[in-house]
Design a protein around this ligand. Structure first.
Ligand code: SIN
Length: 489
């Protein structure tokens, strides 16, 4: 039973599995609780998919594949366009769910709805632009046709920090490319993804298209559900967003069938501020790069590398900006920083701050938990953190900004690259030559120059090194769901 102290959820709420167009309980009849991180209260009980439910979902996706891949690209495009319109029209419902189960402030949840919906619109436009090539072989002996076709049934494993946008970033290109999907949403935040799938199901049903094109199997045991799916030859593709550790396990599982994989894994983003930077602009960018979803994003600025000559000034300005933030439940008007996802996340942030202080850092703003019921931590600025402190070496996923001072550009680049991760890097400088040197030398799949936000559905999102494989969004996003077939004629 949901708790009385949590906000009422939209009547459209879906809490069962979606398999082959039908809402149904899991084979075991069991459910698991979805919590509100702002209160710790139970929001809903959701059907708990078993491995057999996962296989049923794959079976449905596989059966829907021939009809879906034969559906004209224009029709697939129109389905997605219609989904974009309906999700956008229901922004209030989506935002309420995102805030309820994920905790982020309503303003951010509305922004996520627009961001998530935009992946659907973008890929509705890409569905009709899947092209191949033809040319005469250099020998003149034959022609070479290069065709693109959908890879097939795809398993999409999505994280809790953007329950709409990470589902749409994967499902929209898959559907555009003619690939039916099985989505395994994060156990913490399945409700938003279930509502999104309901919108897709509704549009498919109205057009008499195969309903097995989208299936959703929330579960409390992701490893058990995933394992047989990865061994099943009907599965052709795995896309995952989450930690590098889980990504490695999935890659090992995917190796059995040599599955196509896309991996959007951990980050440890450096945010460089040079002596010539506009410090006010840098602080404005830092607020976005650090504080979106209370620091719980893979692209969150994790380490602030600031030139020694401006480190104190930057710390003072950043602390002043942090001082303006209002910590509280995301549904409360005026809140700008919501809770962390679970108590373990708060405990980790506490350890990180204590470790930084042990390593000689000074807490110049914040520290500690506010006096609130849920899983909160105060926005915190740490100055003169040593590069070997956990706050710098590990992805913190919380509202903590550790500042490390550097002396020159070469040291800044070396510090920025001194991590196994390479998702994103941010840099503030007014020197155009330096900006180009950074673009060429920073080891990251995405680089923000004088910008604290790089995420954009029309641009390729993804990392290098241990941050993953492949790209989502942009022209590249649909490539992840396409095979290349060369025909010699
Ligand atoms: C993520 O945290 O994985 C995604 C963040 C984004 O898309 O901006």
């Amino acid at each position: 039973m949901p708790d009385a102290d949590v906000a009422p959820l939209p009547p459209s709420l879906r809490t069962e599995l979606l398999v082959d167009g039908s809402w149904r309980p899991g084979a075991s009849g069991r459910t698991f609780e979805v919590l509100d991180p702002a209160t710790g209260g139970v929001l809903a009980e959701v059907a708990d998919a078993t491995p057999q439910d996962g296989l049923d979902a794959l079976d449905a996706a596989h059966r829907a594949w021939p009809a879906w891949r034969a559906t004209p690209p224009r029709v697939r495009s129109e389905v997605l366009r219609e989904v974009w319109e309906r999700v956008t029209a229901r922004t209030d419902e989506f935002a309420a769910l995102i805030t309820a189960e994920g905790g982020k402030p309503l303003s951010e949840a509305r922004a996520e709805t627009a961001y998530g919906a935009e992946f659907v619109r973008w890929f509705s436009e890409q569905a009709v632009r899947i092209t191949g090539t033809v040319r005469t072989a250099p020998s003149g002996a034959n022609r070479q046709l290069v065709l693109r076709r959908g890879v097939g049934p795809s398993l999409l494993i999505t994280p809790w920090n953007f329950p709409l946008a990470m589902a749409t970033r994967k499902a929209a290109p898959a559907l555009a490319a003619g690939c039916p999907v099985v989505i395994k949403p994060a156990g913490y935040t399945p409700l938003t993804t279930l509502l999104f799938a309901d919108v897709v199901r509704e549009v498919l049903a109205e057009r008499d298209l195969p309903l097995g094109v989208i299936n959703v199997v929330p579960t409390s045991d992701a490893a058990a559900l995933t394992e047989p799916l990865l061994r099943d030859p009907r599965l052709r593709k795995l896309s995952f967003t989450g930690s590098t550790q889980v990504g490695r396990t999935l890659l090992r599982g995917a190796a059995q069938q040599v599955l196509r994989t896309s991996m959007e894994l951990g980050g440890n983003a450096p945010f460089l501020v040079f002596a010539d930077a506009d410090l006010d602009a840098a602080v404005e960018g830092a607020m976005v790069a650090k504080m979106r979803n209370a620091g719980q994003t893979c692209v969150a600025a994790n380490r602030f590398l600031v030139h020694e000559s401006v480190a104190d000034a930057f710390a003072a300005k950043l602390s002043a900006a942090f001082g303006e933030l209002v910590v509280g439940p995301g549904s409360r008007p005026g809140t700008s920083v919501g809770p962390l996802i679970r108590p373990s996340a708060v405990e980790f942030v506490e350890q990180v701050v204590a470790d930084a202080v042990d390593h000689g850092a000074t807490v110049v703003h914040g520290g500690g938990r506010p006096d609130l019921a849920g899983y909160f931590y105060n926005p915190t600025v740490l100055l003169r953190v040593r590069p070997d402190a956990t706050a710098v070496t590990e992805e913190v996923f919380g509202p903590v900004a550790p500042i490390v001072a550097f002396d020159d550009e070469a040291e800044a680049i070396a510090l920025a690259n001194a991590t196994p991760f390479g998702l994103v890097a941010y840099a503030y400088t007014r020197d155009v030559d330096r900006a180009f040197r950074l673009a060429e030398q920073l080891e990251a799949g995405m680089i923000g120059i004088n910008r604290g936000l790089v995420s954009d559905p029309s641009a390729p999102f993804g990392g290098m090194k241990a941050s993953g494989l492949g790209r989502e969004g942009g022209e590249q996003g649909i490539e992840e769901y396409l095979e290349t077939v060369y025909v010699a004629i």
